[in-house]
Design a protein around this ligand. Structure first.
Ligand SMILES: Cc1cc2nc3c(=O)[nH]c(=O)nc-3n(C[C@H](O)[C@H](O)[C@H](O)COP(=O)(O)O)c2cc1C
Length: 149
């Protein structure tokens, strides 16, 4: 099982969470391709079996600049991932009540449009609640690994 782990980040937190996820998934025996900033060509060449997308939210519910070009290109080229497993980690701050984790939501919706199959509900990491998101993701990552193996 080859898992592509992609991240988009403004200040580095989402990249850190994705790096930790890569370590944990490798320890669990998965083959991991880590893409950041992600590029569509690289993703398609990797021929991954599954996808973990990890992004923060910036502006008013927008995706980070490091993820936006990938997102637009993926939406334009629209490669179908029919039936392939995916999951999303969304970083945000509940102080932004109206746009909480909207970046992750956008990514999730696009992956569903591309006919990928969400294997576990999106993880929302709230900067108002915790300063150790990379640790908080642990139990959820265990569930992801279980769903993929
Ligand atoms: C200028 C700015 C705008 C933000 N806008 C949102 C937002 O609309 N919705 C949200 O859930 N979080 C928002 N956040 C919170 C970040 O997503 C959160 O702090 C996240 O952990 C940052 O991760 P990063 O270091 O990977 O960028 C914003 C943060 C900043 C600094």
């Amino acid at each position: 099982m080859q898992l592509a782990i992609l991240s988009g980040s403004v200040y580095g937190t989402a990249d850190l969470v994705a790096d930790e996820a890569a370590i944990r998934c490798r320890e669990a025996g998965l083959q991991v391709v880590r893409l950041h900033p992600p590029r569509v060509d690289e993703l398609l060449e990797a021929q991954a079996d599954a996808y973990l997308l990890c992004t923060s939210t910036t502006g008013m519910g927008e995706l980070p600049d490091t993820f936006l070009p990938f997102f637009h290109e993926l939406r334009d080229r629209f490669p179908l991932f029919t039936g392939k497993p995916f999951a999303v980690i969304a970083l945000g701050d509940s102080a932004y009540a109206d746009t909480f984790c909207q970046g992750g939501e956008q990514v999730r919706e696009l992956m569903l449009e591309l006919q990928a199959r969400e294997v576990i509900p999106m993880l929302r990491l709230d900067a108002s609640e915790s300063v150790t998101p990379e640790l908080d993701a642990g139990p959820w990552l265990d569930q992801l690994v279980a769903a993929l193996t």
